[in-house]
Design a protein around this ligand. Structure first.
Ligand code: HEC
Length: 148
């Protein structure tokens, strides 16, 4: 029986895939800090007021509502960063409040890692966010998905 070596190979490649996935999330988090957090980070502004852009947890919730698998989520976020297009927004209220995001010419591969981190990682939540989200999205207002 040659089953055992096959099993070892299968388990090893599974392990490598998982290690790669968590490496991507780790790199994505660092890239997010460099490229996006000035506007989307928890400490942009004071809590939920005086912000420059929605906190990334809000972006995550809105995007998960429409793009529930990682591949389509990553593509939608990377397309947005390359070329924000008002006809594709999932956050119309944010555009009204902040004006549309400017295109960011970062390497696509880096933005895809950032998007994987947003999809899979534990993104931070600013103080007061849950209440804000409840207030904004009750009575069918807005499309945000209430995930916790
Ligand atoms: C200079 C400030 C700024 C930076 C830097 C920035 N954004 Fe944004 N972003 C905004 C603003 C403002 C909005 C809300 C208005 C809008 O939706 O266009 C936004 C909205 C978004 C949205 C939701 C778009 C929608 O309307 O559906 C995504 C996704 C997004 N940003 C991703 C990113 C990522 C990823 C990065 C880092 C690569 C990034 N942003 C960097 C300002 C910024």
């Amino acid at each position: 029986m040659k089953l055992k070596p096959l099993l070892v190979i299968a388990l090893t490649s599974l392990f490598i895939q998982q290690a790669n996935a968590s490496e991507v999330v780790e790199q994505g988090e660092k890239l997010f800090t460099n490229y996006c957090s000035a506007c989307h980070g928890v400490s942009s502004g004071k809590g939920m007021s005086n912000r420059l852009a929605p906190p990334i947890i809000a972006v995550k919730r809105h995007y998960l509502g429409t793009y529930s698998d990682e591949q389509s989520f990553v593509k939608a976020v990377a397309d947005w960063v390359e070329k924000p297009d008002e006809s594709k927004t999932l956050m119309r209220g944010a555009i009204r409040r902040f004006k549309i995001m400017l295109p960011m010419p970062f390497p696509r591969a880096d933005v895809e890692k950032i998007a994987s981190y947003i999809f899979k990682g534990n993104v931070e939540k600013p103080a007061g966010f849950d209440q804000h989200f409840k207030d904004e999205h009750k009575k069918g207002k807005g499309k945000g998905k209430n995930l916790n």
